[in-house]
Design a protein around this ligand. Structure first.
Ligand code: MLT
Length: 252
């Protein structure tokens, strides 16, 4: 049986690797799973510049892989994690064995989007992360998740509230600078899986469809009942999609 490449999970914004707990638990018995905090998030103590572009987060991942002697991986990024996976794919396509893009999009921010990033950076610094968390959570989870699984909403609120305002500000400003990376996907020649949630209002289905269309052979999985944080909202469905993808392409 072919040996599966490590699966690197890249978290969303403004979260940390704690969001991947259901995947680490379920997938680790059969796969090498790496889920680490991005620079400055969670328990990570590395400093960030005032603006932290997606390509710099991607460079940190490349450095981590080099340090561990890992040549090729499957990158699985959710939302901002997807932006970082695409930035990685642009610079180091030869290090990718496959890519899983969840609840994300390839296009750049428009003018309103950039303005919202600046407002986010300012609010994080001035109002603090508790306020940001309360404002964001309703948009991150489907109504069903919020009403039927309040523990998920509490967990997401806790994760956001524990982030450092300076990290959040620098990364928000970094996201605002990212270019359209659809051409990166069009050039990429590796197995691809696109996952989204039926009720993701932040990244509506057409954004996933565009990415799937850019990569011939890519599979698109729309997970019922979920909003933006599919991996936490419907973890069994999410894990199954990833497992099937890994089995199909890498024999695991
Ligand atoms: C995320 O979940 O990572 C964010 O929604 C990404 C973004 O703000 O564009």
């Amino acid at each position: 049986m072919q040996h599966a490449p490590p699966l690197v999970l890249i978290h969303g914004f403004p979260l940390d690797a704690g969001m991947w707990a259901p995947q680490v638990t379920a997938l680790s018995p059969t796969l090498e799973v790496i889920a680490e905090d991005l620079r400055g998030f969670g328990a990570d103590a590395r400093e960030l510049p005032a603006i932290m572009p997606m390509r710099s987060h991607a460079a940190d991942i490349k450095e981590m892989l080099d340090a561990r002697g890992i040549e090729r991986v499957v990158l699985c990024g959710l939302s901002m994690g997807g932006y970082i996976a695409m930035a990685f794919a642009e610079r180091w396509p030869e290090r990718l064995a496959g890519i899983i893009l969840c609840n994300t999009r390839s296009n750049a921010d428009d003018e309103d989007g950039v303005a919202a990033r600046h407002a986010m950076a300012q609010n994080a610094r001035e109002k603090g992360m508790e306020v940001i968390a309360r404002g964001m959570v309703p948009n991150l989870l489907s109504e069903a998740t919020r009403t039927e699984r309040p523990a998920v909403a509490e967990l997401v609120t806790r994760i956001i509230a524990r982030q450092k305002p300076e990290t959040v500000a620098a990364t928000a400003l970094g996201m605002a600078q990212r270019p359209d990376r659809l051409p990166v996907l069009q050039r990429l020649k590796v197995p691809a899986l696109i996952i989204t949630g039926e009720h993701d209002t932040l990244m509506p289905l057409p954004t996933s469809q565009v990415m799937a269309d850019a990569m011939p052979g890519a599979r698109l999985a729309v997970l019922p009942g979920a909003g933006h944080l599919t991996n936490l909202e419907v973890p069994e469905l999410f894990n199954r999609s990833v497992q099937l993808f890994m089995e199909e392409h890498f024999g695991r």
